[in-house]
Design a binder for this molecule. Structure first.
Ligand code: JB8
Length: 288
């Protein structure tokens, strides 16, 4: 896979030259090129931004340097394959593991890292007439620019390439990966010592009973997913749940109902704040 990154902060992308990715690059699995957008400016100040039409805060990235850069980078690459332009932006579609798997199957990605209020909208519009363009958001928060999002997407994609990760098996049952535990978060993992200052590894994992271990891991995955990502539980295909799965989820729902009932009881029996003494006398239940 070839990856080009265009940015006004090339040093921000330095991690792409080291460690795991570095090995893949050495082996020829990955070919990464970082470009300074200012190389395609024409003025003495190397200007890349200007004020927004229609007013408003901040600055917008000028289209001409971007178009020159994209044209040059596209023409410098292999002419046998089409590049896909990736634009990290908080206004994009949410980037998921499915996107990572799909992008990992493409031969050539060009990342355009915006800064300020982003690129002039005519850049992706014009690029779309020539090559696939993907505007992607890595999450519901706002970064100062596209560089950190590019690092995230490049890492999520390249670790799926053969030869990038040391152990190819360890990618298959990841949280969010498509597979047997698909749609669930991973449960807790343990290694030696079995007793670490009195904190012991669950006995089932030391039992050698592999069906019991698989079941325990699935229970833990369901519990962790229900606690941390209820949206993922809601999105599970009922056909993927067995009887024990339903039992675990029903148990958690029952606990939820009990807690809610307790809270409603507290609400009914607790006087409104406006009716309470702001300086109640000390009582055994409120003082240590
Ligand atoms: C200017 O939050 B982000 C992100 C934020 C940005 C730009 C690109 C991406 C460009 N601000 O993923």
């Amino acid at each position: 896979m070839r990856i080009d990154v265009i940015t006004i902060f090339p040093e921000y992308l330095a991690p792409l030259g080291v460690s795991l990715l570095g090995k893949a690059r050495e082996r020829g699995v990955l070919d990464v090129h970082i470009h300074d957008l200012r190389a395609w400016t024409a003025d003495v100040h190397r200007t890349v931004d200007d004020t927004p039409y229609g007013g408003g805060p901040g600055m917008v990235m000028k289209p001409e340097p971007w178009w020159s850069a994209l044209t040059a980078v596209t023409e410098a690459g292999p002419d046998t394959v089409q590049p896909t332009l990736v634009l990290p932006t908080p206004s994009g579609r949410r980037f998921t593991q499915r996107d990572a798997q799909r992008l990992a199957g493409l031969p050539w990605l060009i990342f355009a890292c915006g800064r300020y209020e982003g690129l002039d909208a005519r850049v992706p519009e014009r690029a779309r007439a020539r090559i696939p363009v993907e505007e992607l958001s890595i999450g519901d928060y706002v970064l100062a620019g596209g560089e950190a999002a590019t690092l995230v997407i490049v890492e999520a994609v390249t670790r799926l390439l053969p030869g990038v990760l040391g152990n190819a098996d360890s990618v298959t049952d990841d949280s969010f990966a498509v597979g047997a535990m698909s749609g669930l978060l991973e449960g807790p993992v343990y290694t030696k010592p079995a007793d670490w200052d009195g904190l012991v590894v669950p006995a089932v994992l030391q039992s050698g009973n592999h069906p019991a271990i698989a079941r325990w891991r699935r229970d833990q995955a369901l519990r962790r997913t229900a606690a941390n990502r209820p949206d993922l539980i809601a999105g599970l295909d009922p056909a993927d749940l067995d009887g024990r799965d339903r039992e675990v989820l029903a148990e958690l729902e029952e606990r939820d109902r009990e807690v809610l009932a307790e809270m409603e009881e507290w609400d009914r029996e607790t006087p409104a704040e406006t009716d309470r003494d702001p300086n109640p006398p000390p009582s055994p239940s409120t003082s240590p």
